[in-house]
Design a protein around this ligand. Structure first.
Ligand SMILES: CC(C)(COP(=O)(O)OP(=O)(O)OC[C@H]1O[C@@H](n2cnc3c(N)ncnc32)[C@H](O)[C@@H]1OP(=O)(O)O)[C@@H](O)C(=O)NCCC(=O)NCCS
Length: 142
């Protein structure tokens, strides 16, 4: 079930990403510099409908303005990528996507949400109630 709100006649919704959203969603992720375009659409198409994927889009008046990719492992929702369309930042689109993700992770019986964030976005996540735990984030290229 999407979460929807109506404000001054504007239609806003955060809902599950579908195949029809892939073009717009990929464009936002690439334009915000989060990932390269090559192969992105195919990888998201292949993982979009898996049972533990919480891939969300934020829509305003029919246009996709935000994307969140999260995967649930039975304990935790892991947010790997989250972006708002360039020029649409700081209008609480990110806040609405986090709200919906919290709702979905709770509904799955999850205990928490972990996010991999750029330092420049850490203030946003702190504002959304995230804390920095006593842990490190290790990456190995494959
Ligand atoms: C980071 C991002 C997802 C936040 O979404 P957003 O819609 O712009 O953020 P919101 O408007 O919902 O912000 C919610 C609150 O966090 C604050 N905030 C937003 N971005 C912030 C930042 N980079 N640093 C500190 N605070 C921030 C807002 O001022 C707002 O505060 P308020 O509730 O008191 O008004 C978005 O700006 C973005 O796509 N940035 C570029 C890509 C990126 O950095 N992605 C995340 C790393 S993977």
């Amino acid at each position: 079930m999407p979460s929807a709100s109506q404000a001054s006649g504007e239609s806003r919704v955060v809902r599950t990403m579908t195949r029809d959203d892939l073009d717009s969603a990929c464009r936002i992720l690439v334009e915000q510099g989060l990932c390269a375009a090559e192969g992105l659409q195919q990888r998201l198409a292949a993982t979009l409908e898996t049972a533990n994927a919480d891939y969300l889009v934020a829509e305003e008046d029919g246009a996709i303005v935000g994307v969140t990719l999260s995967v649930f492992d039975g304990f935790t929702g892991f947010v790997s990528y989250m972006a708002v369309a360039p020029g649409a930042e700081r209008r609480h689109i990110g806040r609405r996507m986090i709200g919906e993700l919290v709702r979905r992770t709770r509904a799955r019986g999850g205990q928490n949400i972990v996010v991999a964030s750029w330092l420049s976005a850490a203030g946003f996540y702190e504002r959304m109630g995230f804390r920095t735990p006593g842990a490190v984030f290790l990456v190995r290229d494959v």
